[in-house]
Design a protein around this ligand. Sequence first.
Ligand code: SF4
Length: 139
Amino acid sequence: MLQADRIVHTTCPYCGVGCQLDLHIKDDLIYRVSGRFDNQVNYGNLCVKGRFGCDYVHAPDRLTGPLLRENRDEAFHPSSWDVVLDEVASRLTETRDRHGPDSVAILASAKCTNEENYLLQKFARAVIGTNNVDHCARL
Ligand code: SF4
């Protein structure tokens, strides 16, 4: 039987349930995923996404950093998080100031934790000033 070089304990990235899993890694390749029994979230169980859906990690065209384009007719190019986050803040501020807070909508994600989704709606209401908040689970 294949022996892992290392086993990484982590949280499933697919939904807010937060199942605990082990990534079995050989030669930097995830070859098996198993559910952890030592927790009260999933007691060793995983759905099909958590058990078999981690192969995207090795996709050669996977994005591993932020991309930016200055204009609509320009191609995206790699950038840094500092530059991209400044650009997003600048464009959100400009949109809100020019067209009003309700010109912005926030779409939260089932892949985020409850805490991250809480922060997102807080950002929408307290910083942007809009109640335009929705969640991908309603699609
Ligand atoms: S294994 Fe399935 S139920 Fe558990 S967190 Fe992942 S997607 Fe959600």
